[in-house]
Design a protein around this ligand. Structure first.
Ligand code: NAP
Length: 284
């Protein structure tokens, strides 16, 4: 069924909702012992309810894991090693999404965005690498985004964090390969998870902002994307499939519209591609 011997063990960060919750359940269904990292212990009930509904309650265990907290991260890695003596798959999924226009986004928001999506991901990766390196095998699946490859107006904080994750992952893939550790990037477009009701809805322009009309267009585009977003189970199934594959590719983009956008960006001159993005945003 999968490439791992015995009872494989997976750690999924940000398991309280959205992709993380669905990925935890999918991995448990495929025989993994899943350590579901959650930053609010109240969310444990939600995770255990989803596990019970899927008939995998014995396979998912919640731990407190705020990726911005050093102690949480080191304790989580130590606990996994004490309990299981191994860690086969890490899914770096925890994330937040802040939007806004570069000139107007306060320093605190840039900081918070990078603390979670980039520094948090680095912290968790560093904590588990020694376990995977010692066992000579492991897989790190990175939840990137179309925003890790393409910049849209109003998405600079989020895109910056995901572009950073992409560069980090390209370097890590080569560093970790000699130790039998694969790194895989998953790049979803818009999917209907709770992320859209969190950071992006707080997006606003300053009073009498020169960006007001662009903001209205970007918000309308984001809301439409969120409404039309695909079924997040599609992403969870892909991640679980990647976790089980013998030789995964380095990048997976989905759905098809994301793949088309990435192809267009690779093939077209930069200015032409920007003109297309700008005209798509203008559409009613
Ligand atoms: N949905 C999309 O369209 C989309 C597209 C491309 C990529 N992604 C990426 O997919 C990943 C999951 O997002 P989602 O869409 O499933 O959104 P979501 O439902 O909001 O899930 C985000 C998860 O991350 C957790 N989290 C946030 N900050 C954290 C921290 N400091 N420490 C630990 N956990 C933290 C959240 O916990 P709380 O419940 O406590 O907030 C939640 O469990 C993110 O990396 C996101 O960038 C999403």
């Amino acid at each position: 069924m999968n490439t791992w011997q015995g009872n494989p063990v997976a750690l999924v960060t940000g398991s309280s909702s959205g992709f993380g919750l669905l990925i935890s359940v999918e991995l448990a269904r495929r025989g993994f012992d899943v350590i579901a990292g959650i930053r609010r212990m109240e969310a444990e009930a939600v995770v255990m309810e989803a596990a019970a509904q899927a008939g995998v309650q014995g396979k998912i265990h919640c731990i407190r894991l705020d990726v911005t907290e050093n102690d949480d991260v080191t304790e989580a890695a130590a606990l996994i090693f004490r309990r299981h003596g191994r860690l086969d798959v890490l899914v770096n999924n925890a994330g937040t999404a802040y939007g806004g226009f570069v000139e107007e986004v306060p320093a605190r928001i840039w900081q918070e965005q990078m603390d979670t999506n980039f520094h948090g991901m680095v912290r968790v990766t560093q904590a588990v690498l020694p376990i995977m390196r010692e066992q000579g095998k492991g897989r790190i699946i990175q939840m990137s985004s179309i925003s890790g490859r393409v910049g849209f107006p109003g998405y600079a904080p989020y895109a910056s964090s995901k572009f950073a994750l992409e560069g980090f992952s390209e370097c890590l893939a080569l560093e970790a390969r000699p130790f039998g550790i694969d790194v895989v990037l998953v790049e979803p477009g818009a999917y209907g998870t709770p992320i859209w009701d969190k950071g992006f809805t707080q997006m606003s322009a300053a009073k009498r902002s020169p960006y007001q009309s662009m903001l209205e267009k970007v918000l309308a585009f984001s809301q439409k994307s969120a409404r039309q977003g695909g079924d997040p189970r599609e992403v969870a199934k892909l991640v679980a499939h990647i976790a089980c594959m013998k030789r995964p590719a380095f990048r997976y983009a989905l759905p098809r519209s994301t793949r088309l956008t990435l192809h267009a960006k690779a093939l077209l001159p930069g200015r032409l591609f920007q003109n297309i993005i700008a005209s798509v945003l203008k559409r009613p």
